[in-house]
Design a protein around this ligand. Structure first.
Ligand code: HEM
Length: 388
């Protein structure tokens, strides 16, 4: 259902039970993501107050690039791009390799690997924590809070439903609050005592004489920590799974490592970690032959767009040689993922090291992978492998 709506030919449809629209087509989603004036990223403006009575939505949105529209978005993005430059990311390569080896050296069960727990989760969290300047050893805390935010299997909805939904929202806000409180303490410390880290760079970043507010730095750091790890965890797990289920490619890529980057792109298309991106309509608009009124919430299913046969020949085939491969896994337009170079780098380094260390890396018969339960995410949660 999530891949293509209720009717196979449908690209844009209203889900009455959720009070919002689902969009599944590639050209339709590109049109939305490239037009922020018509399709706003500020989804909080449509959330009925009674659904989140205790949430201070304004404080949560400040500095949250994902939810900002121009002109504020341009300003914030410029400011944070100054701290999060391509050079900052490229310089991380040796450290990413060292952490990967360290994680794999620490595996104690001979001949076995639980890819997510042993590598795909800790690697991106350690990298982003070190970059920000918060102790990587606190990652068990982050995991607890983030799990709370995403453990619900409920689809996002604007329709108030039941206690289960209330409970899921409450848990998610609790997780969110713990994380922001934690980051707030670190931001306050950097304001008093600067260090050589990204948090300090964010605190000190300046544009036209203006600096980011405390809330803005905390919320941006929050997104980096969040976006910076769960999605990349899925990217790593999904890439390994794709190669396990397409063994001919596994052999070919091991023999020709120049195929690692395109294989990662194809796995992002094939199993898209961040499955849907939300927007809201600022006016009535015609989309894929359907009229969508103003002030509607749209879920744009980039995971479905990445299998749109109008754009991808044989979309259900895993083919790292696709060229071009215009997948939407990192979004499009002004909100294009700021962390894409880091995610790609981590994917490339980790996959190469896995190939180097384990000539055979396979799923185990009778121990299938477990997947994320949150419908907005496509990715493995547990991936037991044999290395023998
Ligand atoms: C934005 C996906 C990794 C930070 C986005 C968007 C997508 C996405 C689809 C666009 C959202 C929208 O248009 O509303 C992914 C995937 C990743 C990944 C699939 C890994 C495979 C990362 C990493 C970081 C990061 C590693 C940071 C360290 C961000 C930020 C934005 C963003 C800050 C907001 C940009 C803006 O609104 O201008 N990501 N992401 N992401 N991503 Fe990522």
């Amino acid at each position: 259902f999530w891949l293509r709506g209720k009717q196979p030919e449908s690209r844009v449809e209203f889900a009455a039970e959720l009070g919002m629209w689902n969009v599944y087509g590639h050209p339709e989603i590109e049109e939305i993501l490239r037009d922020p004036a018509t399709f706003s990223s500020d989804t909080t403006r449509l959330v009925p107050k009674e659904m989140m009575p205790d949430a201070d939505l304004e404080a949560m949105t400040a500095g949250n690039l994902l939810q900002l529209d121009p002109p504020l978005h341009n300003k914030m993005r410029k400011l944070v791009s100054r701290a999060f430059t391509p050079k900052v990311v490229a310089d991380l390569e040796p450290r990413i390799a060292a952490i990967t080896h360290e994680m794999l050296d620490a595996v104690t069960t001979p001949g076995r690997l639980e890819l997510v727990e042993d590598l795909a989760y800790p690697l991106p969290v350690i990298v982003i924590a070190e970059l920000l300047g918060v102790p990587a050893s606190d990652r068990h805390l982050f995991k607890g809070w983030v799990d709370k935010m995403f453990e619900s299997s409920e689809q996002l909805s604007l329709v108030k439903k039941d206690e289960k939904q209330d409970e899921a929202i409450k848990k998610s806000l609790e997780g969110q609050k713990s994380l922001t409180d934690y980051l707030g303490v670190h931001v306050d410390e950097r304001r008093k005592q600067p260090r050589e880290d990204l948090l300090t760079k964010l605190v000190e970043a300046e544009l036209d004489g203006e600096r980011l507010s405390r809330n803005e730095v905390v919320n941006f750091a929050n997104i980096l920590l969040l976006a910076g790890h769960i999605t990349t965890t899925m990217l790593l797990g999904n890439s390994v799974l794709c190669l396990d289920t397409h063994r001919e490619w596994d052999e070919r890529i091991r023999a020709d490592r120049s195929l690692v980057p395109p294989a990662i792109e194809e796995s992002l298309r094939f199993l898209t970690p961040f499955a849907a991106v939300a927007r809201t309509t600022m006016r009535e608009v015609e989309l894929g032959g359907v009229t969508v009124p103003a002030d509607q919430l749209l879920m744009t299913w980039v995971a479905a767009a990445n299998r749109d046969e109008r754009v991808f020949t044989d979309p259900d085939a895993f083919d790292p040689l696709r060229d071009p491969n215009p997948h939407l896994a990192f979004g499009r337009g002004i909100h294009f993922c700021i962390g894409a170079p880091l995610a790609r780098l981590e994917g490339r380094v980790a996959l190469n090291i896995l190939f180097d260390r384990y000539p055979a890396l396979r799923t185990i018969p009778g121990e299938p992978p477990k997947f994320q339960v949150n419908p907005n995410m496509t990715g493995v949660r547990e991936l037991p492998l044999t290395t023998a």
